[in-house]
Structures are given as C-alpha cells and as structure tokens.
Ligand binder design. Structure first.
Ligand code: HEC
Ligand code: HEC
Length: 248
C-alpha cells in the first residue's frame, strides 16, 4: 500500500507528497466543518473554497492560518482562529437561508434563482457603497486617510464590477462627512472629485450645500454661482441662491 501511494505521488501529486509528516493537502477527510456536510467529497469543498477566493478577491490566508507563498499543506485549514473564517461561516448560513426562501418566491419565470457570495461581494471583501468606505476612513482617520482610501480602492478595483467610481460616490461621501461636521474631510474629498471630474455643475451645488452646513454663506453663494456658470440650466443651483436670499 505504501508503495502504491508513493507511486501515485510521483505521478499525480508531487507537491502534496513533499509535505512533512501529518500535513497533507488536500486532506483525506473534513475535520471542522459546521455548514458543509461532513460527507462532502473534499474535492468539492476545495472547489467551493476557490470560488470564495474569487468572489471576495482574496487568497486562502484571508480566512485560514497560513502565509502567502507557503505551500497549502502547511496551512491550518481546521483552525477557526481568524475572524473572517467565522464570519464566512455565518455568511454561508445566510446564503443557504436566502436560497431556501428564493425557492418559494414566484419570481424568475421558472428559472432557478440562486444567490452566491458574489451576488453581493463582486470581488470585494466589503460589499458596501464606495461612499460608505470613504466616510468610514475620513471619520476614523481624517482627510488624508479618506483620500488615500479612495485612491487605493480606485487603483485596485477601477473597471471591475465592484465599486462605483463615477462622480456621485465622492459627492455623497462629502455630503455625509459635512453632515457629521467633518468639514476638512468633506472638502478634501470634494477637491479630489474635482480633479477627477472637473467643471461639474452638480459638484458645485454639493460644495455650496456643504458650505451652508458650515454656516459659510459667502462660500455657499460663490459655489452656487460657479454651478450656474458651469451650467446655466442648473435650476437647483438657482433655487439654492434664491433660498439664501441672493439673485440667481
Ligand atoms: C472567505 C473565507 C474563506 C476563504 C477565502 C477560504 N476558506 Fe476554506 N473554509 C472557510 C470556512 C468558513 C470553512 C468551514 C466551513 C464549514 O464550517 O462548513 C472552510 C473550510 C476549509 C477546509 C476544511 C477544513 C476542515 O476542517 O476539514 C479546507 C480544506 C479549506 N477550507 C481550504 C481552503 C483553501 C484551499 C482555500 C483557498 C483556495 C480556502 N479554504 C479559502 C472559509 C474560507
Ligand atoms: C446579501 C449580501 C451578501 C452575501 C450573499 C454574502 N455577503 Fe459577505 N458580507 C456582506 C456585507 C454587507 C458584509 C459587511 C461589509 C462591511 O460593512 O464591512 C459582508 C462581510 C463579509 C465578510 C467580512 C469582511 C471583513 O473584512 O470584515 C466575509 C469574510 C464575508 N462577508 C464572506 C462571505 C461569503 C464567504 C459569502 C458566501 C458564502 C458571503 N459573504 C455572502 C454581504 C453579503
């Protein structure tokens, strides 16, 4: 038997067979699975796991104990040490629950509806609006951090089906930061947006509205006037000027 295993190793799985004693990838059996049924063939589990990595845009070590570049047989896939693995397990249960409910919905014209991690995640670990991530960064760590967060996310995800890098996201982020009286952060974010989308009339209205939150009517008037200059048909900007007692 040993001999047969050894021969198979050479032929089929040389990487696995260079492992130290005890460590083996893929494992023969499942040890610590609470959502995946125990009898599931390991090969199918590995397939599910590969899907997770592409759905979330990560590698195995995002959820499992192990390092980049380390052979998989040295990973500890059994351990529940990482918070992300524990969250992922909850997410698996949630997806099962959603799909159970979808089965009973009269939608889809007979086609089977199936939710996966990717329905929400689309290659990211945090499937939330981009504005939320920028507001979080600005609130937690200031203007530079908000700008850095945006640039980093844009670098990584632009052109993917992940986050909306259109003009609206940073306007929304700036507006929310202004609402939380984080004015430096709000204006830093608008400045970045202005670089990316110069001469937007709508963005000038945002600038004016945030200036009003700051009770800076001089800056607000200038911003609303700039909006009208950029687009003479911007009725919202004209309305805002009237609202603060200025002739449009
Ligand atoms: C998003 C998080 C996540 C990623 C990424 C991920 N896994 Fe997992 N993995 C889990 C969870 C959660 C379980 C436990 C499932 C359960 O409890 O039913 C698990 C279980 C396993 C198991 C079974 C361990 C045991 O207890 O027997 C193996 C093997 C495994 N993963 C391999 C991988 C490999 C290989 C990769 C990379 C290709 C990977 N995983 C990527 C979350 C992840
Ligand atoms: C219905 C939408 C939805 C589905 C489906 C979904 N997730 Fe999530 N997931 C979320 C949201 C929302 C968050 C929290 C994002 C945030 O605010 O950080 C999240 C967070 C996570 C996190 C924690 C990220 C972190 O860094 O804190 C993991 C891990 C994760 N999901 C894994 C999965 C896996 C694996 C699946 C498929 C089995 C899945 N999710 C399916 C919406 C979803």
């Amino acid at each position: 038997m040993r001999r047969i295993v050894a021969v198979m190793c050479v032929l089929a799985m040389p990487v696995v067979c260079t492992a130290q004693a005890g460590a083996k990838f893929p494992p023969d059996t499942l040890t610590n699975v609470k959502v995946i049924p125990h009898a599931t063939p390991v090969i199918n589990v590995i397939g599910t796991m590969r899907n997770f990595t592409s759905y979330l845009g990560v590698r195995c070590q995002y959820c499992h104990v192990g390092n980049e570049g380390q052979p998989l047989n040295q990973f500890d896939f059994v351990s529940d040490e990482k918070r992300t693995k524990v969250v992922a397990r909850e997410m698996m249960l949630m997806v099962q629950e959603i799909n159970r409910r979808l089965d009973t919905l009269p939608v889809g014209m007979g086609a089977k509806l199936q939710v996966t991690c990717n329905t929400c995640h689309r290659g990211t670990t945090r499937p939330v609006p981009l504005a939320t991530l920028i507001v979080d960064a600005g609130t937690a760590a200031g203007a530079d951090s908000a700008v850095r967060a945006y640039r980093g996310l844009r670098e990584r995800y632009y052109g993917r089906d992940a986050y909306d890098f259109g003009e609206g996201s940073l306007n929304t982020a700036a507006f929310r930061l202004g609402g939380a009286k984080k004015f430096d952060e709000a204006f830093a974010v608008l400045k970045l947006n202005e670089e990316l989308y110069p001469n937007s009339s709508g963005m000038s209205v945002f600038r004016g509205n945030i200036s009003l939150m700051k009770a800076d009517t001089v800056a607000a008037e200038a911003a609303f006037r700039e909006a009208v200059k950029r687009d003479p048909n911007n009725q919202e900007a004209k309305g805002r000027l009237q609202a603060i007692g200025k002739q449009p």
